[in-house]
Design a protein around this ligand. Structure first.
Ligand SMILES: [Zn+2]
Length: 185
């Protein structure tokens, strides 16, 4: 992994999170993906590993320093990691003592937004294996068959890349159904 000298210069070649080890990784704080220096944090291998391993709360006491960084990207990343440990007293205290911009907090917390939640016509969350009932008659594409309102579709599957679609069997045929036409059974 490479890291720009410009980014390293921000913290004298040290990791902007732990301030202890050499910065070797250019980390872009999602959901930003353009590699502008203001979206990046210079981090070390240890911090990168600790981020992947969510159980290393002890390591993250270093955020008590980094959260006060003048750079929004470092604040956002620090806040994001802290938020994972907010049930621990030290992290909870720190979260309540900092005064970050609303936009930075939003940036930090955007990592926790759950995307692509499948919901039925009434807003109930659908999961693979659920049974649903059709809330209106549906023409089944490619057949002459119409599934009547009230038809029970058992053990649906969620369509992964589309939160508006599920798959289910009607008349022994697997079809794609729009979530807005079903009710969780
Ligand atoms: Zn580090």
């Amino acid at each position: 992994m490479s890291i720009s000298q410009e980014l390293k210069n921000r913290n004298q070649d040290l990791c902007e999170l732990c301030n202890a080890e050499a910065a070797t990784v250019e980390y872009t704080v999602s959901p930003k993906n353009d590699e502008l220096i203001e979206n990046q944090v210079a981090i070390c291998e240890t911090c990168l590993k600790a981020m992947e391993d969510k159980e290393s709360g002890f390591h993250w006491r270093c955020l008590e320093g980094s959260i006060w960084s003048p750079y929004a990207s470092v604040q956002a990343l620090s806040f994001r990691i802290l938020n994972q440990f907010k049930k621990e007293a030290w992290a909870g205290d720190l979260i309540s003592s900092v005064d970050l911009d609303e936009s930075t907090i939003q940036w930090a917390l955007s990592a926790f937004e759950v995307k692509d939640v499948h919901k039925d016509a009434f807003g109930n969350v659908l999961e693979t294996g659920d049974n649903v009932v059709l809330t209106q008659a549906l023409n089944v594409k490619g057949t002459n068959f119409t599934a009547s309102k009230g038809t029970v579709v058992k053990k649906i599957k969620l369509v992964h890349d589309n939160a508006e679609q599920i798959e289910g069997k009607i008349n022994d045929q697997v079809i794609v159904i729009l979530t807005k036409f079903v009710k969780k059974g």
